[in-house]
Structures are given as structure tokens and as C-alpha cells.
Design a protein around this ligand. Structure first.
Ligand code: NAD
Length: 489
């Protein structure tokens, strides 16, 4: 399939589609073909952020006064339009992120529609309680919105992560300024176009540009009442620091280096398929929940790694817009070079073995884009750099283990705590292990993504707060007020 010609994008402020105030733009390159520009996008700065936050602030009183069921009805209409636009959204997301359309971008677009529909039905859950304080007092709680929400998102799953923030924030009565990544703003702009057909002006705004020029002024803007951020742990820390000055509520969805633990009774093709899914090879490993540290019991180590290598070696890497590709391209040259640096180190690591993959080809069709073959290193140590740092690329390290307590200790020996995967047919042992691992999102014998409605978020330096769920909306996008009335006359 051909890659689209470059489009000229505008961003959304106060219901208008506008350029940046100084007219600057930046180019978005498709990872499928080096140097191929697919869009020119407004390059905003602090003045644009200020315009957007003020528009959201002005829209807040009327939006919070709209009944939750009516806000929900609007989200449901947006979901209908998203359903009708799945193919277009998937194409845009695949073109800018490099994520393969069949395995990643289309499922992402479908889940985005599902997420709006899910929150569209939850208006009635924004309820309070009455408190039994005796006959002389009537005391009750209300869930109130916070105000202007700054939603700052990364590039790896731009539609769905935008929706994780926008849909619950809007349902709860907040207004939003969305800031997509400069690597992948196009699908988020398309999402905003669909939302804007149904929303009053200013309720949703979207400002495009870099982290320094847009993210920083947005995070420190005095009219922002809440920040919901997804991205690197280090960026999250700097946002948390600046939020501390204003005691601003912050939700952080950050990085991971998630363990997968394979027990001796799970040496099967089914487990190998599950491990590949959990590693998110089909998204080039560019997933916060990638199970990128694989602990395999010594007794099945060679046999299981063989099964895994055979399956990984058959994955088809290619054009993200080609329906037959299992796996697409790395998002940008910068990220591609970073991942290649880790692979080069892995191939030279004494004691380690390159089981499959390795450095990308220097010529041929795959050299035309930022393509990297899925790569597995065996006999790794849990304390080596490749086993400690988030690579955010298709690189899996396999580490042998023998003792159950020891593998749990190794799984937990990280400052991250996002996801974990346990592969074991003895259910008591599997659940015991799942409970012992310090992570917010754990699966036994499957490696799926987040299902709409599951509270999702990290332990330790992988995050703060939960999203993707009713609980996430109530905790993250409302504040409670207690009202007490004296009933004595
Ligand atoms: P990033 O932190 O570089 O950028 C994320 C967003 O923040 C972008 O929109 C960026 O422009 C903006 N930004 C950058 N610096 C900023 C600053 N100082 N102030 C405010 N905003 C700023 O992350 P990335 O490279 O886009 O994404 C990859 C990271 O995201 C990985 O660490 C990955 O694990 C994480 N991630 C986490 C989850 C999760 O749910 N936990 C999901 C997806 C990605």
C-alpha cells in the first residue's frame, strides 16, 4: 500500500482549527521510509498553550453544568463515529508510528472506539454517598470535576492513550488540553476532529509540538488543575516536581522492564506464542508493558528457547500498511539508533548468545525504513544493562533460573513495576508468583494488552494512579466534596 502524500495539519483551540501563533511547523516522517515526510504540523509554543488552556478554562463552567448522562451521550456518539472511521484512523496511526496495521493499528483504533463507548455509559457512576450522622444532620458527598486537564501522551499508541485520558476526563465534567508526541500527532488530530463534531468549543483542545516547547509550559500553566501524563519515567519525575509547587494532582503512566516467568511445566508452543505476544514483538517491542525480561526454568531452558526462536524467526517484518506484515518499523531514526546500540552491545556481551535477530540489514527493502528484526539474547544476567534498562525495541533477554524464591527476587530487582507474566500450569504456584511480583498489571498464562475497564497503572517508578477504568475515572478525574446540613430548627 502506498504511503500518503504530506498533509498540512492544523490544531484545535477553542473550537477553531488553527496554526501556531508564529506560523511555525514541523515535519512528521513515516518510519516506513527514511526521509519521507507525511505531514506538516503546527509547531506551538507557550503562547499557543496559553490560548488553549484559556479556551478550556472558559468552556469549563458550562461543561461541568451539563448533566453526566448528556456528556455520556456525546461520548457514545463519538464512539459511533470512531467505529465508522476505524480504517482511516488505523492507517494514520500505522503511517506515523510504524505499527503494523493488521496486528496493531487497527486493533488500537477499535479499542479506542470501545473505550469511548465504555465511558459513555458510566455517567450514573459519578454519584456520591449519604453519611449516617444522626437525625440532626444531613451529610452527603459529591464527585466534582477538577477543571482543565492537561493530557500529555507518547507516540507508541497515540489514539488509545489519548482516549485513556480524554474520555474519562470529559465524562467527569473536566475540559481538556491534549498534547500528543511530536513523533505521532496525526492520529490524535484525527481523533480530535471526530470529537469536535460533537463537543462545544473549548471542551477539547489539542496543541502540537515538542516536549520542551509545549509539554513544559502546559505542565506549569497556572490554570491547569490536573496533569495526566504517559511517557518516560524521567519526564514523569520532572512533571511531578513542577506539580509539587502547586499541589497539583498528577497521574503518571511510565516506563517498564517487565518480567515473564516460565515454569518447568509450561514448555509448550502455546507458552511460546504467549511470550511473543507479551513481549509485544508485533509492536516492535515499543510497549510499556513489554515482557522484555524472560526468566525460563533451567530444566526446560534450551528446549523452550528453541521453540521461541523458531516462532520469532518466522515473524514478517515489513511495511506497516501491508496487511501481511506481523511487525512494522521503529518510530524514528533517533529511537532506531538507540535500539541498535543496545543490540550491538548484546552481540558483544561476553557469555550471551544471539538466538535470533541482531543488527538490522544495511541494504535491501528493510534498510529503506527503520526496521529491526525481532531479537532474542540468551544466557543473559539480570544485572546486565540490557536486562535493566527499558530498551523500548524488539529485544528480549532470556535468563535461566532454578529456585522459585530466587526468580521472584530477580523479577522484583528493578525500579520498575508495571506488568508481569507468569507461565505455569500449577495454578496455586502461578497465583502465588503473581502475588509476589511487585507490578500493577499481572497476567497468568496470557500476554494480552489492557482490556477496557481493567484498572491499569504501575507500581514503583512505573507510575502513580490508575486509568482505563471506572475506578481510574473516579480517582483520577474527580474530587470529592462533603456537604453537611444542620437539620435542627
Ligand atoms: P517522553 O517522556 O519522551 O514523552 C511523552 C510526552 O511528553 C510527549 O508528548 C512529549 O513531547 C512530552 N514531554 C517531553 N518532555 C516533557 C516535559 N519536560 N514536560 C512535559 N511534557 C514533556 O516519552 P516517549 O518517548 O514519547 O514515550 C516512550 C515512553 O513512554 C516509554 O518510557 C514508555 O514505557 C512510556 N509509556 C508508558 C505507558 C504506560 O501506560 N505506563 C504507555 C506508553 C508508553
Amino acid at each position: 500500500m502506498a504511503i500518503a502524500e504530506a498533509t498540512r495539519e492544523k490544531m484545535l483551540i477553542g473550537g477553531q482549527w488553527v496554526d501556531s501563533s508564529d506560523g511555525r511547523t514541523f515535519e512528521v516522517e513515516t518510519p516506513a521510509k527514511r526521509g519521507k515526510v507525511i505531514a506538516n504540523v503546527p509547531r506551538s509554543g507557550a503562547a499557543d498553550v496559553d490560548r488553549a488552556v484559556r479556551a478550556a478554562h472558559a468552556a469549563f463552567p458550562a461543561w461541568r453544568a451539563t448533566a453526566p448522562r448528556d456528556r455520556g451521550r456525546i461520548l457514545t456518539r463519538i464512539a459511533d463515529d470512531l467505529d465508522a472511521a476505524i480504517d482511516e484512523l488505523a492507517r494514520l496511526s500505522a503511517s506515523e508510528t510504524g505499527n503494523a496495521i493488521r496486528t496493531q493499528a487497527r486493533p488500537e483504533a477499535k479499542t479506542t472506539a470501545d473505550l469511548f463507548r465504555y465511558f459513555g455509559g458510566l455517567g450514573g457512576e459519578l454519584k456520591g454517598e449519604t453519611l449516617p450522622l444522626g437525625e440532626s444532620m444531613f451529610s452527603y458527598t459529591r464527585r466534582e470535576p477538577l477543571g482543565v486537564v492537561a493530557a500529555i501522551v507518547p507516540w507508541n499508541v497515540p489514539l488509545l492513550i489519548s482516549a485513556w485520558k480524554v474520555a474519562p476526563a470529559l465524562l467527569a465534567g473536566n475540559t481538556v488540553v491534549l498534547k500528543p508526541s511530536a513523533n505521532a500527532p496525526i492520529a490524535a488530530l484525527a481523533l480530535a476532529r471526530i470529537c469536535q463534531k460533537h463537543l462545544p468549543p473549548g471542551v477539547l483542545n489539542i496543541v502540537t509540538g515538542t516536549g520542551d516547547e509545549v509539554g513544559t509550559p502546559l505542565a506549569v500553566h497556572p490554570l491547569v488543575a490536573k496533569i495526566s501524563f504517559t511517557g518516560h519515567t524521567e519526564t514523569g519525575k520532572s512533571i511531578l516536581r513542577s506539580a509539587a509547587d502547586r499541589i497539583l494532582p498528577v497521574t503518571l503512566e511510565l516506563g517498564g522492564k517487565s518480567p515473564q516467568v516460565v515454569f518447568p511445566d509450561a514448555d509448550s508452543d502455546k507458552t511460546a506464542d504467549g511470550v511473543i505476544a507479551a513481549m509485544r514483538f508485533a509492536r516492535q517491542g515499543q510497549s510499556c508493558t513489554a515482557g522484555s525480561r524472560l526468566f525460563v526454568h533451567q530444566s526446560i531452558y534450551d528446549s523452550f528457547i528453541d521453540k521461541l526462536a523458531t516462532k520469532v524467526g518466522k515473524m514478517k517484518v515489513g511495511d506497516p500498511l501491508d496487511e501481511s506484515s506481523d511487525m512494522g518499523a521503529i518510530v524514528s531514526r533517533q529511537q532506531f539508533e538507540k535500539v541498535c546500540g543496545y543490540i550491538a552491545e548484546g552481540t558483544q556481551q561476553q557469555g550471551a548468545r544471539t538466538v535470533t535477530g541482531g543488527l538490522p540489514p544495511k541494504d535491501g527493502p528493510l534498510a529503506e525504513g527503520y526496521y529491526i528484526q525481532p531479537t532474542v539474547f540468551a544466557n543473559m544476567g539480570n544485572d546486565w544493562r540490557l536486562a535493566r534498562e527499558e530498551i523500548f525495541g524488539p529485544v528480549l533477554v532470556a535468563i535461566p533460573w532454578t529456585d522459585e524464591a530466587d526468580v521472584v527476587r530477580m523479577a522484583n530487582d528493578t525500579h520498575y513495576g508495571l506488568a508481569a507474566y507468569v507461565w505455569c500450569n500449577d495454578i496455586a504456584k502461578a497465583i502465588r508468583t503473581a502475588h509476589a511480583i511487585d507490578a500493577g498489571f499481572v497476567q497468568i498464562n496470557q500476554g494480552l494488552g489492557q482490556i477496557v475497564g481493567q484498572p491499569y497503572g504501575g507500581y514503583k517508578e512505573s507510575g502513580l494512579g490508575r486509568e482505563n477504568s471506572l475506578e481510574g475515572m473516579l480517582e483520577g478525574f474527580t474530587q470529592r466534596k462533603t456537604v453537611t446540613v444542620n437539620l435542627t430548627s
